[in-house]
Design a protein around this ligand. Structure first.
Ligand SMILES: [Fe+2]
Ligand SMILES: [Fe+2]
Length: 410
């Protein structure tokens, strides 16, 4: 080896050792108590339900059309090439290879979508706008709204929601390519590479659906943007999985499932069916990978994961306030806060979106680790009742096995 290369290698080794030492010393001095953070420190407010604070958080404007996040995690080579050393991941990888589909040719893009009609049908099937009654909107700008304004809200809501799906999918694309780099096991690198392709396809379908079938785009929601930045910036490789595969994709799976069950638009229904089959595999990838790894972690380290999961849960709940839509419709924030605080059913709907996340966190041991801190948090949020629902690894075979043909909507 020539000297220059040798020096570079030595420097890299030194850097790695320094990194490991810094990590180790941090671990040695962190007890559970030291790691305890208040709600203010974690989410910037004491009360999870403080809606004024939710609306006060404004997203980053990126006038140049892009946004950079420093990715702090070291990329990791492994010299252990044994395929199948982690059998469950290997099985998932083989399944993913069989389940690939083509976003451009496997969906009926020729379907004509009348967005107004879709929204009206949906409003007829689910009376009471967003679950709000007349008394909820009394005394606010919404009290004066007629059918035209509520229809416009329905349309904007759809544009906003599909835009957030698209941005979230790009977040998944970036996170998964990061996992290929950072996860230490070959079977996981193999699997993650298939997920990179899946996520590219998901960005593609939501982007095309927005462009061709809907009537406008929204920038990324403030809370979703903060969450994706946090996940990508974290230096610990497992946090990418926890933030993306368990939290963001767990919520996406529940949200896609709800829309798939209720929408009467055949193209969207088919598209979501395809995407959900992939997402179920992605969440299972997170559960399988983290289950083993979390058994090696100390209580203090698990507590950090619990706090990360809690922070992510709150940010995802906050995004459902869809502040960008109210802003575009010029509804005063105070009025929205008033209506939302009067209508607990709105909160219940948001909590439904945690139906996939809570059983998976339980399976990972995160609900009850470190004195059950996260169980307490989800109890306060009203989401603990989901803990005994089926976890995503168990339901995987029902939705994600076999060829894409199995996924055609009957
Ligand atoms: Fe996805
Ligand atoms: Fe995904």
């Amino acid at each position: 080896m020539d000297e220059t290369v040798d020096e570079t290698v030595d420097e890299t080794v030194d850097e790695t050792v320094r990194f490991a030492m810094a990590e180790g010393s941090e671990m040695m001095t962190t007890s559970i108590e030291d790691g305890m953070h208040s709600n203010e420190e974690l989410i910037g407010r004491a009360d999870v339900r403080d809606l004024a604070a939710v609306f006060a958080t404004v997203g980053h404007e990126d006038p140049e059309g892009h946004h950079a996040v420093v990715d702090n995690c070291p990329a990791e080579f492994t010299w252990d090439y044994e395929k199948g050393a982690r059998p469950r991941l290997d099985k998932l990888y083989e399944k993913a290879k069989r389940a690939q589909w083509n976003a451009q040719t496997d969906l009926p893009w020729q379907t004509e979508v009348d967005q107004e009609r879709v929204v009206l049908l949906n409003q007829e099937a689910n009376p009471g706008q967003l679950g709000w009654s007349d008394s909820d909107v009394a005394g606010t700008a919404l009290e004066r709204w007629g059918d035209k304004e509520w229809l416009r809200l329905g349309i904007e809501y759809q544009n906003w929601m599909l835009s957030q799906f698209m941005h979230g999918e790009q977040g998944a694309l970036l996170c998964t390519s990061k996992i290929v780099e950072t996860v230490p096991w070959m079977d996981a690198k193999y699997y993650a590479s298939t997920q990179v392709m899946d996520e590219a396809r998901h960005v593609e379908v939501f982007s095309r659906y927005l462009d061709e079938k809907l009537s406008g785009h929204y920038p990324i929601n403030a809370h979703l943007g903060l969450l994706l930045d946090d996940i990508i910036a974290d230096r610990r490789w497992d946090m990418t999985y926890l933030g993306m595969q368990i939290m963001v994709e767990g919520l996406a799976l529940a949200a896609f499932g709800l829309i798939h069950a209720t929408t009467q638009e055949p193209l969207l229904k088919q598209l979501l069916r395809y995407v959900m089959a992939d997402e179920a595999r992605h969440v299972a990838f997170g559960v399988i990978s983290l289950q083993d790894y979390y058994q090696e972690l100390s209580a203090a380290e698990l507590r950090e994961r619990q706090e990360f999961a809690f922070e992510a849960a709150v940010r995802m709940k906050d995004r459902m306030a869809m502040q960008e839509v109210w802003h575009r419709l010029e509804v005063p924030v105070d009025d929205v806060v008033t209506v939302m605080s009067r209508s607990p059913q709105n909160d219940e709907f948001q909590i439904l979106l945690f139906s996939k996340i809570v059983p998976n966190l339980k399976k990972l041991g995160l609900l009850d680790a470190a004195d059950g801190w996260l169980r307490q948090k989800f109890t306060e949020m009203g989401a603990i009742a989901f803990e005994d629902l089926v976890d995503t690894e168990q339901e995987l075979d029902a939705v994600a096995d076999g060829s894409p043909v199995d996924r055609h909507v009957a």
